[in-house]
Design a protein around this ligand. Sequence first.
Ligand code: ADP
Length: 248
Amino acid sequence: DVRHGPILYLEDVTVSFDGFKAIDNLNLTIDDGELRCIIGPNGAGKTTMMDIITGKTRPDTGSVWFGSRHDLLAMNEPEIASLGIGRKFQKPTVFEALSVFENLELAMAADKRILPTLTARMSGEIRDRIEEGLTTIGLAELRDRPAGILSHGQKQWLEIGMLLMQRPRLLLVDEPVAGMTEQEMERTAELLTGLAGKQSVVVVEHDMGFVRSIARQVTVLHQGSVLAEGTMDQVSSDPRVIEVYLGA
Ligand code: ADP
């Protein structure tokens, strides 16, 4: 699915909290259209890495680039988001009293690039984007139901749909299948693999079965830097990875 080379680079990034290096000389490249899983034991730096990409945490040293033109360290959080970098946190946050459709509509309104056309709210383009989103997340039939009645998995998909309304170029997804049933996990695997190619997707996930089912490339973080990178088979047979996971 790789189309135009790298979309995201982190180069020699270091972040310390009170002298402790949570991220220690991290180098990471994500290709355009790629689906990448990031794994690693607790405390490996996965959350901090996501925080750096979105501008929530500022590194002490290093550089972070989006494409070849955008130096993310020169930008604040809203500016970074407006480049098309969307983040999905672990817990779903949807508006329970609003319908599935209205949740997507609201998410669309948050897209500043579309605000000028918002007076023509239900104009063709906007409706089409919502319809397409409903189909992508598999909730077309529940469009008029309040989001509050959705299952945990369906709420997660709705929130992914809400992020898609912004037409992201890079989606950062934190532990999408925590608390999901097997069936919901399978559906989530289809959803995320379907998204890759159209945009780049970076997934932080603990469930190794799930990672194996979706990722072509896996990055293992340990003590704030990359311990191993490759296919799930490659990294899971790497003695250093085995030691970190079994020795923890
Ligand atoms: P992961 O998401 O892989 O579990 P984190 O990025 O949350 O790892 O944390 C990496 C390390 O940095 C951990 O040792 C954690 O305790 C520490 N850490 C993270 N955020 C802070 C913070 N705001 N202040 C102090 N230490 C932090």
